[in-house]
Design a protein around this ligand. Structure first.
Ligand SMILES: Nc1ncnc2c1ncn2[C@@H]1O[C@H](COP(=O)(O)OP(=O)(O)OP(=O)(O)O)[C@@H](O)[C@H]1O
Length: 303
């Protein structure tokens, strides 16, 4: 126990422990083996990722968190096949990933819908590319539109939708191709807090009902703990695995758990990994106030 009377962040209830035991017995969907990525720049070599190992099981939800520059985007781009590793390998269902493919659905932060296509056409796009006949693609797209609750908007264009609606379409479009894994790079990062929490609940609901494995990057600790089975914490310079955490919060999740002792304990632990206490912490007490002139707190006198 610590000063907030929280349990140890590794302490799992019997139900959670049992769930992880079963999860680890599921088939492996994605395997990252000794992945290193270096960028040659004018100022020398930047090691964006160093010797990353990770095994993701079928229907697992993995979140990645870490400070800016720790290589999160580089990692997801390599998993997507958009970037080549300098060394190491990524395997999807045992096959080497070296280019983008329909078995990996992608949802990124900037709304990546085609602005000149309607909601329905956006969702149909990948299906037609994969060789679906137009009528089948249309029927399939309609089912997805129903599922995301946007039936009234099937003929709307992206610029007629709110941010949350656009991301719902982006998720449906990615899932319509029946990928084996959904790669999400801060998909809710641009949304306001209220829409963001609705989208999290919405994604949880989809994940409960669809056979999909998710790899999800976020900057938001609450989001990571709420969504993830396991959280990969990276550190920067070079981008390395700091810890892989099994979240002890029971599934299925609900927003009421945000204040549960397990939730707070994991959150506090990750916070301490990402922002370790430093000697500068009390900087504010050491600000040089010599050049500052005390002013009145009487706002009325200012105007
Ligand atoms: N194309 C590139 N050329 C050179 N350096 C790069 C390139 N892409 C990324 N980097 C460097 O690799 C490191 C990791 O970058 P990356 O964008 O993957 O980090 P990140 O964790 O996603 O950061 P953020 O949270 O700020 O988005 C950084 O030091 C970055 O400057």
């Amino acid at each position: 126990m610590n000063e907030l009377n929280l349990p140890d962040y590794q302490q799992q209830s019997a139900a959670v422990r049992d769930r992880f035991e079963r999860l680890k017995q599921r088939p492996v969907t994605m395997e990252v083996k000794g992945l290193t990525k270096e960028f040659k720049t004018r100022n020398g070599t930047v090691t964006a990722l160093k010797d990353i190992h990770l095994t993701i099981h079928k229907r697992e939800f993995v979140c990645v968190i870490g400070p800016s520059g720790c290589g999160k985007s580089t990692l997801i781009r390599i998993l997507a096949g958009l970037e080549q590793a300098s060394s190491g390998q990524v395997l999807l269902d045992g096959k080497v990933v070296d280019k983008p493919g329909p078995e990996r659905g992608m949802v990124f932060q900037g709304y990546t819908l085609f602005p000149w296509l309607t909601v329905k056409q956006n969702i149909m796009f990948g299906l037609l590319e994969s060789g679906y006949e137009k009528g089948t693609a249309e029927a399939e797209a309609r089912q997805w539109i129903e599922l995301i609750g946007l039936a009234r908007f099937e003929n709307s264009y992206p610029n007629q939708l709110s941010g949350g609606m656009k991301q719902r379409v982006a998720i449906a479009r990615a899932l319509a191709n029946q990928p084996k894994i959904l790669l999400m790079d801060e998909p809710f990062g641009a949304l306001d807090a209220q829409t963001r929490s609705k989208m999290q609940a919405y994604l949880m609901e989809i994940w409960k009902n669809i056979d999909i494995t998710v790899f999800f990057i976020t900057h938001d600790l609450d989001e990571a703990v709420y969504l993830a089975d396991r959280i990969l914490v990276l550190k920067a310079n070079p981008g390395e695995v700091q810890e892989l955490i099994e979240v002890p919060v029971p599934q299925p999740r609900s927003p009421e758990q945000f204040l549960s002792p397990e939730f707070l304990a994991v959150k506090q632990h990750i916070e301490s990994l990402i922002h370790p206490p430093t000697d500068d912490e009390d900087d504010v007490d050491h600000m040089n106030l010599v050049r500052m002139v005390p002013v009145s707190d009487d706002v009325g006198s200012v105007f």
